[in-house]
Write a protein of this length. Sequence first.
Length: 342
Amino acid sequence: MSLAHSILLSSAAMLMSISGTYLMLRISLRFNILDKPNPLIPQRTHAVPHLGGVGIFVSVALMLLILYTSRLYQATGNTFAAILPARIVLPSFLALWFGIADDIWNFAPLGKFSLQLVTATCAVSLGLIYSLTGYVFIDAVLSGFWILVLMNAFNLTDVCDGLVAGIGVTTFAAFSAYYPANRTLTLVLLGSMVGFLIFNAPPASIFLGETGSSFLGFIIAAITLSGSQGKNTWPYVPIMLLFTAVPLFELLFLVGVRIMKRLPWWKGSSDHFSLRLQAHGMSKRKVLATAWSASLTACVIALVIERVALVWQFLLIFIVIISSIWISFHLLRWEVNSVHTK
């Protein structure tokens, strides 16, 4: 796909996402599907619509449908089945509907996890598996676990205006370079996230909601799993981790802090890294710049790590690990008042 086609595709997806997001904003206001104010999070001082994820999903689906019937689609060089295989399409619909239900009825952690488990099981049963060990059952379990991890990691990270949307932009931009077989899908997702970010940047007029964070977590897991064919375990496993470094850091940091505080790790607390950075005095925009820069840096490392010698691969990964540990220790110093959130 040429650069001109790539830009045109992402731009069209962005315009579609702007329309879809605005439509869902009006629908959320009309039916009072709102995220209520949270005293912990500075930017959430009033009720805000939170079905933005539906707007993203609809815009992506419509954009791909238009591609299927247009000349631009012919220029991609892919079959429609290659762009949207069933092992991605069907679980994506499950993630969408389960997320909508969660946004409306606000399920307890066990109920939310059960729905995520159904989504992951559906994906794995349809063949969305990374052949890591060569044993089908073990690989299926590990692949399902990866899906669950990312769905929860993106959900936990989504507590600050524009944070997850910006991470989505950097991730899909990197994906479009690294996964040529999925370039059409990743470029559409990239444009859709940029369009949504126009509404979601501080002060946000609409949130992703459980729908959006669950869908993003699943689709990113699905792309990394489907793109694993022909890849060596090393360095592909570190590459998967680097592409999703910021949400994974959030997940590990939160679980670790909650265990240290003797809190149930599956229950909410105010220990999100974005909230701690704000407690330290950083503005919302500086928090976003920091998190987006970290995501971009990790994605760049993921893109280049296969191109350098083994010793440099280990050195880069060592630097990432040490940096994460150093950041964690600093974050522990910046406590936030204990108010429950995700």
